[in-house]
Design a protein around this ligand. Sequence first.
Ligand code: GLN
Ligand code: ZN
Length: 754
Amino acid sequence: MSKNYIVGFPRIGEQRELKKTLESFWAKNSSFDEVKKVASELKKRHWLYQKDAGIEYISSNDFSLYDNMLDMIVTLGATPKRFKNLENEELYFAMARGDKSAVAMEMTKWFNTNYHYIVPELSPEDEYKLNASKIIDEYNEAKALGIKTKINIIGPLTFLGLSKRIDGKDTYELLESILPIYKELLKEISKLDTDITVQIDEPIFVKDSELRILKFIKNTYTELANVSENIKIVVCTYFEHSIEATEILVDTPIWAIGLDFLYGDENIKSLDLINKSGKKLIAGVVDGRNIWKNNISKTISLLDLISKKVDKKNIIISSSCSLLHIPFSLKYEKNLDTDIKNWLSFAVEKLDEISLISKLFLGKLDENAKEKIKLNKKANEDRKTSTLIHDKEIQNKVANITKLQRDGKYEDRIKIQKEILAYSDLVTTTIGSFPQTPEIRKARKDFKSGDINTLEYEKQMKNYIDECIKFQEECGIEVLVHGEPERNDMVEYFGEQLKGYGFTQNGWVQSYGSRCVKPPFIFGDISRPNPMTVNWMSYAASKSDKIMKGMLTGPVTILNWSFVRDDKPKDEVSKQIAVALSDEIDDLQNAGIKIIQVDEAAFKEGYPLRDAKIKIYEKWAVRDFKIAVSKAKEQTQIHTHMCYSEFNDIIETIENMDADVISIETARSGNELLKIFKQTGYKQEVGPGVYDIHSPRIPTVEEIVKQIELLLEVLPCKQLWINPDCGLKTRKWEEVKPSLENMVKAVKIVRENI
Ligand code: GLN
Ligand code: ZN
């Protein structure tokens, strides 16, 4: 048997079958039995893919109808009170999505990925109670197919670390209450077979900010590992190194430790200890977060390095993390350039790689495997020299840029800008998009498929822009936007126009529940053959006497929401995007656009999990934002936008980005989180969202007045812009129109009283 392992497998289905059946069930077009039927077909298919590829450790309970954290909430009986009248699937989906009587639970990003989990809401009054049925059933389901799985569960420390407590206290205090349930769960699992492997995920161990949990590890894992002799426990971490936790885990009776050697190279330092402990090492060496074909010779070198320290017989070859974070299979990609396609590897293809690497590592190659290795070598060599990727001209241009930031100091720039733009205090605007109507979506789709021609497409887009402008003028908004009808997505739109970007037809990755995203990928040097937004912006500007704000997505966000080439450091790729954007900004201002907003929605989520790496990230992220806006003249006002409200730890970095105005998401947090701007003497202008757009509810004038007054307690009116939170494109016009009308009315009232 080759010793190989997959941390977890995608579950949405190669044709997004799970998405489709869930959405049909939610729309009451089909029954829950139908969902269950599709789910078990998917599980079966996914197990067989892994088995056929020759994977030894295949997981059960990596499947989920919505989210694994939510599954764990159910397993532990940690249901918030407001759902207590519900049960089974009604309860499950109500927690995830809300229902008539109870709002949904909060959702947030899983570490530094784009996957969102449901945040457990715990209370000291909770009465935890084991519900192991999903885990048991799934194990038996696989067993019936002749597949003996390892069982995946989320570990108690990660579960608590990612939870919140309704009384605001430390969640780890609840370890005493949930640990017995975990033990009971293992007891139940131990009855399933004479010998079972349980993978307990503890990615929280890689976060510096959570290192206070180290003191719980020894006891927790000694207790869990002692529950039953039948069970072999793997503690699995990923996305970064976990050397502090490993140091403790080696002294507990667990069977194996899973480490990510790609995103946590420091894990190498733990090898001596692991070897001394005699534990198995699940060696994460095949990238579970990116889509490039493995460079097998490179991986074998890494494994050789590892096996210098750890006895070869204890090494099990694995994916660096669950394959959940990459698309399913290349087999549906019919439009990709064949060269490029040959450099890629999605989840199914990675199974083959892992299987192959484990055979090679153990020296058990048959002819077929030898041939595959030859092909792998060739693909990697071709990629290295391909003219599709390497563009000397761009490389030189980017290496030689000397203008790294804008001219002038903020204090001087803002005076010039205010003279030209002549806006009042509490100037009103929006964050860029307006509702994406079915007609707009259809027009974009028809244009893509060739069903309508450019002329017709542009006519429809321009009509929409006209409508947006008309509404904003009637409503009395002061700084206008064109509404972004031509953009399906804030990254894809730019990716499609940049050289060096690729797109898949079916490269869906689960974002949350039934929602998937299809991130573009950067395979080569990035350049901008033509202006990307100038025509639309000029058209919009020509249709109104008011100021029209231009809209771009920033370099860091473009990077963070794409799969990025792995043959160049990320910061170099980012710099290339920044240079391309700087040309766009120059073209926009030359076309008469006086305000340009550069959205950095994903700036904060790009932050590294380890503090030691933060400085490096901030350095290039800020550098590249500044390069992107470097050509803006002093009189061109640069805005940025971020979808967060928590700036406490990054406020200086934000200030260093040197944008003239930043709009942020704050509606749900009153003025609490804004205080940091005051405390640090933040000088630039700020546009905190004054109402929450995530709900269809229309805010009243009084409510917004109150919100603005709260803001004025913290920042002076001359520093404040008034706008809603971001994402109007996800709402309907019936919601957006009255809400913005109320916002403008509220500003009038406040202005009269100042
Ligand atoms: N300009 C974009 C919009 O308004 C920003 C989106 C975002 O911040 N996620 O939709
Ligand atoms: Zn936003």
